[in-house]
Structures are given as structure tokens and as C-alpha cells.
Write a protein that binds this ligand. Structure first.
Ligand SMILES: *Cc1c(COP(=O)(O)O)cnc(C)c1O
Length: 369
């Protein structure tokens, strides 16, 4: 599909001052503050994609009957812009995100955005707001990019919307977990599932996240930070966390990740780690792994590390698994910080590529500015 849009810049008249911006960049947190501009574009069944622009970041005006507010016809992506030591700004495998955005669109009956338009929108936004990309390999600073698309047609009938809005916002980001790189605790949900066969589990849509929140609350009530979901049919096969894929490191050096069954989100980080792990000498397996294999493997020591991965939090070790009636520690807590050697090596390798500290032999980086 060829590009359909252009993104002329409507420069805002009241951007934040250099001093304000620097204060925010010194301690951005995650997802709390946004840059001066955003991308907007509209799709209608009559005109297709049109009215692309860069405009001032600010509230959207929506009719109360806008379909997204009632039927959740919405999808999103999550990516990062990284500033390299020479000042240039790059992003990681954007064509994979563009392709996934199209797959998510198909599943949610939204219009496909051409890959070239997706990439052009990111380039246009990061160019105008480039001062918002933190310098900083130290502390893993980046500019988090959030493209999303939703049904903006004012209509309460149940059918795919004839009017859709595409938007990209950008948020300077430090580490996703404010506590830094430290193992997270996981609640194994037995009451809730995230996705079922034929459902939307493989699409990146807001509805999946809405449906995961009650489980997240349950995790908190049980002293855990994140939730692991099992499959919806047998409640036996490990799928993923609410927003991150899972990897199991075996003491013989194998890496196992749940295979893509249609109910798991195909993470760009997951796919990249599968390739990097092979290059680091690991055997990798994509297959089903049961909750019994997880618990027994940790108990026997056969599974030595477990980590979660995704763009926002990169690679995060799991330190504890709890469920209704029990809990266990994961990994060796007698040593240092509980971050396993394989988890740390894979994380480092990925960050080195993203921040341009090592050669990008895969051609994974795209220059934005
Ligand atoms: C976004 C997401 C991931 C991670 O995907 P990345 O492309 O690696 O950022 C994993 N699981 C779910 C449910 C997600 O929404």
C-alpha cells in the first residue's frame, strides 16, 4: 500500500521553555509528560486517509457518541526514539510495528495505515520535537512514541466506524519500573484470562488492557507487581504478562518462550531476543510451556532465570511467582541483585544495539533525525 498522507507542521505558539523542558527531562518518569506536538490524521470511508498534520499537543474534541467511547474500537503501538552519542536519533524495527499496527487494525475492523505513512508520521513528530529526546544512554532514557487509532465517528450503531482518527503522542521516558532494574513479583491469575482463541489477544488493542486490570488489582492485593496469564481453554499453558512476553532460561543454556498461538501478542522485543540469544550461543525453543513445568523447573533448579520483555521495560527479571495457595522465589537470590547472568547479557546486548554502542548487524535501526 503506498503512502497517502503528508504531515505539514502547525508550530505551536506556546512551546515549553528550554528550562521547563530540561527540568522534565531530568526526571521524566514514564508516560507522565508529553512533548509540545502530536500527529493527527483522519480516515473516512469516503475519502480514505487525509488531513495529516503535526499540531500542538492538547485535548481532542470528541462527540460523546464517538464509537470508541462505547465499543472500544481502538488499537495502539509502543516504540522508542533513542539518541545516540553523536546526537542522531534512531528507532528500532519500526517496520515491524507498522506491520503489527496493520494486523491489529484488521482484527479491530479499522482501516490499515500504510507503512510509509506510519514511519513518516514518526519522523515528522520527532523532527519537530527532537529537543525532547533525552540524551542518555545512562539511565536508559528515550522518547516513548505512542501511535494509536480509534473510531471517532459519532454513531451508536454497532458496525465498524466510517470515521477514524490516527494520533501519535510522545513522552520522554526513564526506566518503566521506577524502582530500576530489580526483579518483579508476579501473580498467577486463576480467575481471569487475557485472551481466548479467536479473540483479540494477538492485537495490540486497548480492550485487552482494560480486561487485564481487574487481574492487576488482584495482583496488588496479593503483594505482586504484575500478572501472568494462562491460556483460556485449559488454564494450563503459560501465555504472557498483561503487556510483556515471557522467556524461561534453563540451566543447560536453553531459552524457551511460549509459541505464538494466536492468543499471545507478538512482541518486537520477543522476536529480537530470539535472534540475539542464538547469536549469544543459546538454543531457543518456541513451544508451549505449562505452569507445572514452570513451577517444577524453578523448584528443581532446571529453570534458572525467568524474564519478561517489551519495548517499554526492555528486559525485566522475574523474582517471585505467587498464586492462590503458594509462592516461590525464582533465580538465585543469594547472589547480588537477583538479576541472572543470561537475563543481564541479553538485556545489555539489546540496549547496546538500540543506543548505537555496537554495530547494528541486523539493520534493525532506522534514523529519525
Ligand atoms: C506491546 C505488548 C508486548 C510487547 O511487545 P513489544 O513489541 O516487544 O513492545 C507484549 N505483550 C503485550 C500484551 C503487549 O501489548
Amino acid at each position: 500500500m503506498s503512502a497517502a498522507l503528508s504531515f505539514p507542521v502547525e508550530q505551536r505558539s506556546d512551546p515549553r521553555s528550554d528550562a521547563e523542558r530540561e527540568t522534565i527531562l531530568a526526571n521524566p518518569g514514564f508516560g507522565k509528560t508529553f512533548t509540545d506536538h502530536m500527529v493527527l490524521a483522519t480516515w473516512s470511508s469516503d475519502e480514505g486517509w487525509h488531513d495529516g498534520k503535526i499540531t500542538a499537543y492538547g485535548p481532542l474534541s470528541l462527540d460523546p457518541s464517538a464509537a470508541v467511547l462505547h465499543y472500544a474500537q481502538e488499537i495502539f503501538e509502543g516504540m522508542k526514539a533513542y539518541r545516540h552519542a553523536d546526537g542522531s536519533i534512531w528507532t528500532f524495527r519500526p517496520e515491524a510495528n507498522a506491520a503489527r499496527f496493520q494486523r491489529s487494525a484488521r482484527r479491530l475492523a479499522l482501516p490499515a495505515l500504510p507503512e510509509d505513512d506510519f514511519l513518516a508520521s514518526l519522523k515528522a513528530l520527532v523532527a519537530v520535537d527532537q529537543a525532547w529526546v533525552p540524551s542518555g544512554e545512562a539511565g536508559e532514557m528515550s522518547l516513548y512514541l505512542r501511535p494509536f487509532m480509534f473510531a471517532s465517528e459519532a454513531f451508536l450503531g454497532v458496525r465498524p466506524a466510517a470515521r477514524v482518527t490516527y494520533c501519535v503522542i510522545a513522552s520522554p521516558a526513564g526506566p518503566y519500573f521506577s524502582s530500576g532494574l530489580k526483579p518483579v513479583s508476579i501473580w498467577l491469575s486463576s480467575d481471569y484470562v487475557r485472551a481466548a482463541p479467536g479473540g483479540t489477544g494477538a492485537a495490540k488493542c486497548g480492550g485487552n488492557y482494560a480486561a487485564s486490570l481487574a487481574a492487576q488489582v488482584e495482583a496488588g492485593e496479593n503483594g505482586c507487581e504484575q500478572v501472568a496469564f494462562l491460556d483460556g481453554l485449559e488454564h494450563r499453558w503459560v501465555e504472557e504478562l498483561g503487556g510483556m512476553n515471557l522467556f524461561f532460561v534453563y540451566s543447560d543454556g536453553r531459552l524457551v518462550t511460549p509459541e505464538l498461538t494466536g492468543t499471545i501478542l507478538e512482541g518486537v522485543t520477543r522476536g529480537s531476543i530470539l535472534e540475539l540469544a542464538k547469536e549469544l550461543g543459546h538454543t531457543v525453543e518456541e513451544r508451549r510451556i505449562s505452569i507445572d513445568e514452570w513451577r517444577d523447573g524453578v523448584a528443581s533448579g532446571e529453570i534458572s532465570e525467568v524474564f519478561a520483555c517489551g519495548t517499554a521495560a526492555v528486559v525485566t527479571p522475574l523474582g517471585r511467582l505467587a498464586w492462590d495457595g503458594g509462592e516461590m522465589l525464582i533465580g538465585d537470590h543469594s547472589v547480588d541483585d537477583g538479576v541472572g547472568a543470561t537475563t543481564a547479557a541479553i538485556r545489555q546486548r539489546l540496549l547496546d544495539i538500540q543506543y548505537g554502542r555496537t554495530e547494528d548487524t541486523h539493520g534493525w535501526l532506522t534514523r529519525l533525525v
